[in-house]
Design a protein around this ligand. Structure first.
Ligand code: CAA
Length: 359
């Protein structure tokens, strides 16, 4: 294994607190726990707007809301919600979703982290990796095997607080992009978690993870739409002022056709994302497929648009003086996390077949 270089970019902790003060983090939280419960379309609009300027900030906030607050409000006991939701919705406590392991990414059911019941506690041992917000977050939704022989039905979810003895963090990982977000390993070494901090029932963890990711993929789609729009806006503005061969380059039909194609794709990705959010808000059973379609199409769009935005700027686009190279690096992650593009295709096809079988 190669040594992992350490990331040094600052984490946007102040922005998280400010987002909380503005009410942006309570968007999925029920009012009785201090939120507005505005829903998934509202969250998509917020994440999209943030990502147009800074995809890292959008990710930090989206992971907190979509993959921690959301499963907590959906599966948590009243006392668990009362303990964590109000402060998390105000931005005073941050969350992280702890599923992936070095040998279990796309194949999430293959995780090896163990949780062994011992009286009124569980003892966790294992190694997680690529965890967004790790080290910065205060509350961790952790997935571990309570019955290893039972496959996906042997996984249980836990809420683990940052200062729990036995939970430690690796150094922040240096990444291609999203450098304002923190990504690190999480280690569990005889980490004792109270029974009262189990999220859902024993064996329900895989379904909690899958349902969380179904809803979560709307946020990643929205992040991708925002990134694409941000890169497009920058490239379009540049093309209107940059002169070549005696006129602004936007006057060349070759560039006009490119811009027309890009803005068309962005709008298509946006409305597929809003459709998925609407499906989620309606409680429609087709959420899994729509969220996967939105995440697939929007992330592929973000990669395409940001790459073409660099092209519009030519050599300038390759330089860090302009934000489009950063957007291109940031966009790549949206094709990877919360399920790769290949996993989205798998989910879409499986759901399509299941929907037809049910007819
Ligand atoms: N909702 C509810 N239940 C679901 C479900 C869903 N969407 N998907 C599957 N299940 C249930 C199935 O019904 C089945 O239940 P039964 O045992 O009762 O029959 C069980 O879960 C197992 O289902 P599968 O056989 O379909 O599971 P699988 O092992 O084939 O895996 C998969 C399916 C879709 C490939 C899944 O492993 C997956 O989503 N992989 C990608 C993981 C992923 O997205 N990781 C992201 C990491 S987190 C992250 O990136 C956040 C971040 O920090 C940015």
């Amino acid at each position: 294994m190669r040594r992992q270089p350490i990331a040094t970019a600052p984490f946007p902790a102040t922005l998280v607190r400010q987002a909380g003060a503005l009410g942006l983090l309570g968007i999925l939280t029920p009012p009785e726990y201090g939120g507005t419960r505005m829903g998934y379309l509202a969250l998509a609009l917020v994440v999209e707007a943030l990502a147009a300027a800074c995809a890292s900030t959008a990710l930090v906030i989206d992971v907190h809301v979509s993959t921690v607050i959301d499963p907590l409000q959906r599966f948590g006991l009243p006392e668990q919600k009362a303990r964590w939701l109000p402060a998390m919705s105000r931005g005073e406590r941050l969350g992280a979703f702890v599923l992936s392991e070095p040998e279990a990414g796309s194949d999430a059911a293959a995780i090896r982290t163990r949780a062994v019941r011992d009286g009124d506690t569980y003892v966790l041992d294992g190694h997680k990796t690529f965890i967004t917000n790790a080290g910065q977050a205060d509350v961790y939704v952790v997935f571990a095997k309570t019955a290893p022989q039972a496959g996906s039905r042997g996984i249980t979810a836990f809420l683990v607080e940052r200062d729990t003895p036995g939970m430690t963090f690796g150094a922040p990982m240096a990444k291609m992009g999203l450098n304002g977000s923190a990504t690190a390993d999480v280690h569990f070494d005889r980490c004792r978690v109270p029974l009262a901090h189990r999220l859902g029932e024993e064996g329900q963890g895989f379904k909690i993870a899958m349902i969380t990711l179904d809803y979560g993929r709307i946020g990643i789609a929205a992040q991708a739409v925002g990134l694409a729009q941000g890169a497009f806006d920058y490239a379009f503005a540049y093309a209107r002022q940059r002169q070549a061969f005696g006129q602004p380059i936007v006057q060349f039909q070759g560039l006009q056709f490119l811009l027309a194609d890009l803005i068309t794709r962005i709008e298509a990705a946006r409305y597929l994302t809003y459709k998925a959010a609407h499906v989620a808000d309606q409680g429609d059973a087709r959420l899994s497929r729509y969220a996967a379609m939105a995440k697939l199409f929007a992330s592929e769009t973000a990669m395409h648009v940001t790459t073409e935005a660099v092209q519009v700027l030519g050599g300038h686009g390759y330089m860090k003086a302009h934000p489009v190279e950063r957007m291109m690096r940031d966009a790549k992650a949206s094709q990877l996390y919360e399920g790769t593009s290949q996993i989205q295709r798998l989910v879409i096809a499986r759901r399509l077949l299941a929907e037809h079988a049910a007819r």
